[in-house]
Design a protein around this ligand. Structure first.
Ligand code: GLN
Length: 249
């Protein structure tokens, strides 16, 4: 089975090796005899609801975000319809901010967003940098997510919005709420770079299973476990650093 991935702005939003998340998804998919068909969706290119099972967007500096924001906002209705229709998504840092309603930069200028996530982001003076550890619940299972954050943006979720997880170590969405990221349907937004998925293979599998469910119209498949010894070690190192020094300026 082919899973169709729409990679938004790969040439603009790709810092901290965020592109590595696609490599992890492709590798873990192939080990389950699934094929990942990745197509780039750039400026002026359509994001057609139903055409992709999974959308991915990476992080970027304010400058790069400013170059694509209007184009992404114009795709907002299609992306909201796609996610409402069951498409999966992973949006990282700068991409996560612009999957919200807007990102207000430190000069007070608003970069419009796609409005997939019920949130707004305001750039602050001091950057929030360091390792992060979250606890979260997916499909009824308690999980942890470990990664690295570097952002000036403070993200405020609407009342009642679902975060990705509770911060154990690190700054998270705004350094105060104690939460990080956002979830809507099968879409996940987070500040965590690294890239994220090599240290959190269970999340890669969850995204693949959601994309497969969108492709077949059925239930998310349960994949046979893989040997994730190296991934577990990378997770442990990142988690350890987050516990000891995460969330400190
Ligand atoms: N430019 C945004 C900020 O500083 C996002 C940064 C990023 O993607 N790492 O908050």
């Amino acid at each position: 089975m082919k899973l169709r991935v729409g990679h938004l702005y790969p040439d603009y939003l790709n810092i901290y090796a965020d592109r590595g998340n696609i490599a992890v998804l492709a590798r873990r998919a192939s080990l389950r005899r699934l094929e990942l068909d990745v197509s780039a969706i750039g400026i002026g290119q359509e994001a057609t609801p139903g055409e992709h099972d999974l959308f991915y967007v990476g992080g970027g500096q304010d400058r790069e975000q400013a170059l694509i924001a209007a184009d992404l906002a114009a795709k907002g209705a299609a992306l909201r319809e796609a996610v409402a229709g069951g498409a999966a998504a992973l949006a990282v840092c700068g991409g996560y901010q612009l999957f919200g309603r807007f990102y207000r930069d430190r000069y007070g200028g608003d970069l419009p967003g796609a409005g997939v996530f019920p949130l707004e982001t305001y750039a602050g003076e001091r950057r929030m940098i360091g390792d992060v550890l979250l606890e979260c619940s997916f499909s009824g299972e308690q999980r942890t997510v470990a990664g690295f954050e570097n952002h000036a943006g403070r993200t405020i979720l609407d009342k009642g919005a679902e975060p990705l997880g509770r911060v154990i170590g690190g700054f998270g969405n705004d350094g105060q709420s104690g939460f990080e990221g956002c979830r809507v349907g099968r879409a996940v937004g987070t500040y965590l770079h690294g890239p994220l998925l090599p240290r959190n293979p269970w999340l890669a599998d969850w995204l693949l299973a959601q994309a497969a469910a969108h492709r077949t119209g059925g239930q998310p498949p349960v994949f046979e476990p893989l040997d994730d010894e190296l991934e577990a070690a990378a997770h442990a190192v990142s988690a350890g650093r987050a516990r000891t020094r995460g969330g400190r300026y």
